[in-house]
Design a binder for this molecule. Structure first.
Ligand code: PHE
Length: 461
């Protein structure tokens, strides 16, 4: 028996929710530090190209699978292919959602913890990089601190997904996304008006071609997937609540533009500030939690801006984490006929449990390494470097080669007739990119990840 399925209340609701999924820790935490470690502008340039030629085409494909089938990833692939293999590809997305959320929520938890640190004015007690780094180590080394905020963030995520598509995810996104934009623009203006901001701008906008290596390209492509929430069915699931009256190409373009804009705004806010107070841009994952507090302690109005910053980071993370949980919940609701409420609670508890070893890898289980990774790094590596690219590859291959353009195009045209008639060139480019360029390039990234894995195996055997 087919239960009636929820839908978005409006087109804007879908765009904000999907942009909310895309915009997250990836934009504000990961993008600046990867760019900072990989030559700034040169990385940014390659990243923009990856977003345009691979991210956008795959995003359109993923939303389309969802909207056409109105199912979770497993049900969607099965409905279109009638094959267990493709259903398993959808299953991989559900597993990825489970796994990504188990470590994503830990970092998001730090972000909440840092709102409190900022409110308490603690950054002024640790005004240089070494003591700030030590303070960070002490916090994540404190088991009740890390577990408490992790649990708190999971509860926030659960409550929103529990409340459903329109009343939960859409409403939360409609409130939080505009707030996030405003906060980040304030932070960017603060950065741009600091003395010495131009060095940061140079770093972000003047490419140094000599810094571009194969590694940069592969990192940029991997990040393009992560930041657009591609390859694990989040966009597919959000697309499954979308109306056939709305245009997928236009929606996808809007999502990509918003996501990229936010990454660049966050990057500008962060690098202008970091350079203005004379700190290094290449601190890696600690850039936000170790370097930035020092930056805030030195900038005029730093107390106020530090609070705004960590509130923004938390909001961004929350609108992404709900999409991760929704993928898993929709699977249990559609396929196993669970009640949404039960699914949201039970799955959140399991995701928390799965995240415990990752959270403990910053303290108690510090020394335990699997293939050279601690639990946290292992979960991140499996999800971001294996499951997402592989999922993206399968999505491109499925839409372009298995489902086939003769069936794909009539579905894609729904709500987008004008787009197709007005931009025939873009439509052809989409077909070609998705069929040839995306699979080949994604495959290369994937090989690279496996290569990394092999190197690690060699070290340990
Ligand atoms: N896109 C999110 C971010 O940038 C992360 C994410 C990945 C969310 C995959 C959902 C699915 O933080």
């Amino acid at each position: 028996m087919q239960q009636s399925r929820e839908t978005w209340g409006s087109k804007a609701g879908f765009i904000l929710a999907a942009a909310g999924s895309a915009i997250g820790l990836g934009n504000i935490w990961k993008f600046p530090y990867i760019a900072g470690e990989n030559g700034g502008a040169s990385f940014v340039l390659i990243y923009l190209i990856c977003i345009a030629v691979i991210g956008l085409p795959v995003l359109i494909a993923e939303i389309l699978i969802g909207r056409t089938t109105q199912r979770n990833p497993v049900g969607a692939f099965y409905k279109l292919s009638n094959s267990k293999f493709w259903a398993a590809v959808g299953g991989m997305g559900v597993v990825a959602g489970f796994l990504i959320l188990s470590f994503y929520a830990i970092i998001a938890g730090w972000s909440i913890g840092y709102i409190i640190e900022a409110i308490n004015g603690n950054f002024f007690n640790f005004p240089e990089p070494a003591s700030s780094a030590e303070h960070f180590q002490n916090l994540v080394g404190n088991i009740p601190w890390i577990m408490g905020y992790f649990a708190f963030f999971m509860i926030l995520t659960m409550v929103i997904v529990f409340s459903g598509i329109q009343k939960g995810i859409e409403r939360a996104s409609k409130i939080m996304m505009p707030l996030l934009f405003i906060l980040l623009i304030i932070l960017m203006i603060r950065g741009l008006t600091l003395d010495g901001a131009s060095q940061g701008l140079d770093f972000l906008w003047n490419p140094d071609w000599s810094k571009i290596t194969a590694n940069t390209i592969l990192l940029a492509l991997g990040h393009a997937f992560f930041t657009l929430s591609l390859g694990m069915g989040a966009m597919l699931t959000y697309g499954s609540y979308m109306s056939e009256k709305d245009s997928i190409p236009v929606a996808a373009l809007q999502i990509v533009i918003l996501d990229t804009l936010i990454a660049l705004i966050a990057g500008t806010a962060i690098f202008t500030s970091v350079f203005a107070v004379g700190l290094a841009p290449d601190a890696g994952p600690g850039l936000i939690f170790q370097t930035l507090p020092v930056v805030f302690s030195k900038m005029p109005g730093g107390y106020f801006f530090s609070i705004l910053f960590f509130i923004s980071l938390t909001i961004a993370a929350l609108t992404s984490s709900i999409s991760l949980l929704e993928v898993v919940v929709s699977f249990f609701v559609d396929e196993l006929k669970w009640k949404r409420h039960t699914a949201a609670i039970v799955i959140s508890v399991f995701i928390f449990a799965l995240g415990v070893p990752s959270a403990l890898s910053f303290n108690l289980l510090n020394d335990i390494k699997i293939f050279g990774f601690d639990f946290f790094e292992l979960a991140d590596f499996i999800a971001s470097n294996i499951l997402l690219p592989l999922g993206g590859l399968f999505i491109a291959v499925f839409v372009a080669w298995i489902w086939g353009y003769d069936k794909v195009i009539p579905n894609l045209r729904k709500g987008a007739e004008n787009f197709f008639d007005n931009y025939p060139l873009l439509s052809s480019l989409w077909k070609i990119f998705l069929k040839y360029l995306s699979p080949v390039l994604i495959f290369l990234v994937f090989l690279y990840s496996i290569g990394l894995l092999e190197k690690i195996f060699n070290v340990f055997s």
